[in-house]
Design a protein around this ligand. Structure first.
Ligand code: PDD
Length: 280
């Protein structure tokens, strides 16, 4: 395997960053995850724009424009002989002696990229069965709209899911479901209206969420971007989550409550299909 580290391609095993990288010491960095299927990057425009936004919010310079970034991804895939891949892009503020404020003379941002095989049929098989989720308090900070590498609460929430035999965790803040540990949360009400938490500081504005909203509209489905409670979710006709790596993933149980008849719902299935056709 080959990784990209600050301008060069290196064997994955020897791909290192310095111990005083601010990403390592302060989680002072941002990232993106996107999926490539058959050599085509899903929703790349959205992922690139969100990367720019995250960098901007942290007052970090963009280390690379869109075209060269795409060229690096292509080369990374070529060197790893991948057609279907999960691509990870990370940019940190750089290396400097440990001190909380930004390095006074600036630092060279450190950009790394990895790619690994992504199995679409495995994802489709999971979607055909649907997944379970649990719920936990959302203990994250007030700017989760920035896609930073500071993911410890997300790690703990996902670990709790794994230990409960579930795929994800609904995060609950002030009584409402914000999103999941690494995906956006959706429900469908009795009239077939799709509901998902509005954008703002308490969710990551998912690129898949955005494309799924556009797909829903094309399918003549109504979408309401509003907060919903955990109780509302448990009583919903359908539930699902969206992310670059899960596309549209039907949810069949929340905690101990079965959703609908315990099978993936028809709306989630239609949306998943539409998303897969539209996003690339
Ligand atoms: N996670 N919410 C959170 C907290 C996320 O970490 C993610 C993505 C999403 C969905 O965003 P998108 O549709 O743009 O992938 C929502 C990625 C996949 C990850 O951390 O691996």
């Amino acid at each position: 395997r080959v990784a990209y580290v600050n301008g060069s391609f290196t064997p994955h095993l020897n791909a290192h960053v310095h111990i005083e990288d601010r990403g390592y010491q302060f989680a002072d960095g941002v990232y993106e995850v996107c999926i490539v299927i058959d050599g085509r990057t899903y929703d790349f425009d959205g992922h690139y724009r969100r990367l720019e936004r995250s960098l901007n919010e942290l007052r970090m310079p963009a280390p690379m424009k869109r075209a060269p970034l795409e060229a690096v991804i292509r080369e990374l895939l070529r060197r790893n002989r991948l057609r279907d891949a999960l691509v990870y892009i990370q940019v940190t503020r750089g290396v400097a002696p440990r001190n909380h404020p930004f390095p006074p003379n600036g630092a060279e941002p450190v950009m790394v990229m990895t790619a690994r095989r992504f199995n679409v049929s495995e994802s489709d098989a999971k979607a055909a069965k649907g997944v379970k989720v649990i719920s936990q308090p959302d203990i994250r900070w007030g700017r989760v709209d920035i896609k930073t590498v500071g993911l410890l609460p997300n790690v703990l929430a996902k670990q709790a899911a794994v230990e409960a035999g579930a795929a994800e965790t609904f995060l609950v803040r002030d009584g409402v479901v914000t999103e999941c540990s690494s995906s956006n949360a959706w429900i469908v009400d009795k009239s077939g209206v799709l509901i998902t938490h509005p954008k703002g500081n308490h969710i990551l504005g998912g690129i898949t969420r955005e494309t799924a909203i556009a797909c829903a509209q094309e399918l003549q489905l109504k979408v309401e971007e509003r907060a919903f409670t955990l109780e509302e979710a448990k009583a919903a006709t359908e539930a699902f989550m969206t992310s670059a790596t899960s596309f549209v993933m039907p949810i069949v149980a929340i905690d101990d409550s079965r959703i609908g008849d315990g099978q993936p719902g028809p709306i989630a299935a239609r949306l998943r299909n539409a998303y897969k056709n539209k996003a690339c």
